[in-house]
Design a protein. Sequence first.
Length: 483
Amino acid sequence: MRFFLDQHGCAKNQVDGELLVGILYSRGWAKTVEPETADLIIVNSCGFIEPAKKESLDAVLTARAAYPKAKIVLAGCLAERYADDLAEGLVEADAFFGNGDLSRLPEILDSLFPSNSPASRPVLVPEQQGVCSGARPELLSFPRSAYVKITEGCDNHCSFCAIPLIRGALRSRTIHEIVEECASLVSNGVYELNLIGQDLAAYGCGSADSVDSVDEADEADKSSARANPDFAGLSPLARLLQKISTLQGDFRVRLLYIHPDHFSPDILPIMIADTRFLPYFDIPFQSGDADIIQAMNRKGKPEDYLQMISDIRTAFADANSPYGTVALRTTFLVGFPGETDEAFERTARFLAELRSTWSGAFVWSREEDTRAYDMKKRVPKKTAQMRLDTLKEIQIRITPEELHFFVGRTVEVLVEELIPDPEADTRLALGRAWFQAPEVDGSVVLQFEDSQCGIDGNPIVPGSVVSAVVMAVNGVDVEAVVR
Ligand code: SF4
């Protein structure tokens, strides 16, 4: 039996997709990249904001129209959030599977492909508990890059966000479990480990976590954690990084999604001491206006956020980090209820002063059951769109200026794909350097000779790590030559 996975949404949902693949493989299913040959199509959906919901719904409708014989399962956050409503209205789907406990997928399969009874139309939305984990025999990222989910759910309840409604309260995997997964990924050749969660900074501090629960592999671990002076007093995230730092091997670790209000500076000395931790910080500030930040149910102040980033930059500069600088990614939400022209001006000035290497911006989406849903003083869509364009223009100006820092410098580049060009004298490839996260930042356009190799001495292929000199900046990308 063959299945086709139609993956949508964020990196956290991608890990779920990889887990679903693992479960299907363990049940003897084969994966196909041709949906027309599939017996089963899983739309692993996103249910975060309107455009994403529409994209996932369209995927089901398109699949039904194109592949009438296939069984279609709507999985992921859209199913988690609206299973009962959709079970009534979305007749194109044959099953609805929430993401609270992915290990229960076989129940869906047995209902859809029963051996000796008529198929039913299952709706299964297990309770959100624990953090789904397990075998991921096939990673959906480019070669040698992997996401490692360390938490699930979120306790922050930002007033615009539906994630806590979908994924539930924050709960964390144990340090032991995460380090084991990192070790296994590295031993299978993974070079880039991207730690993810809704809010990495809240790791081990979730309302669904018990005290020190992240330290427990067993009682001994717990007491040794308490007794270990290196550990005592460290934040759970710092303790996790400390443990990852004990792993052998040539790999790199990137931290994605750190809520600014919970940033714990005690991770910095650990990251500086072990250069396998990339000085790449993804910290979504959402706004540069104090009143809007507060209306978003966030605690920080713009000036404190700017100071925090300045402190991070200073910490790496003072330590003479071999990376020479820090890369910063952030996110903004424009058109939030009550956002006046003056408030937006403050956000635009905040971005200009922050000088993030990368940023994404989105127009506020009115999500039911979130606190902002009923807020007054809504911003006209046209105005919100103009503000979005303004922030993008500011970032498009800043990024190349920040990337200029790397011109003339040698960086390691993880090759993602080769660009076939039989006419070209030299070979071309696309890759990413440490200051570029997967999927969301720019790329490195690499030039190399056939005779050249990766740092492992092997021919250059996707997954190779090469040493390259940055020659130029081209918009949000850099051009580099393998040396
Ligand atoms: S930190 Fe805020 S925006 Fe992010 S997932 Fe949690 S509630 Fe949503």
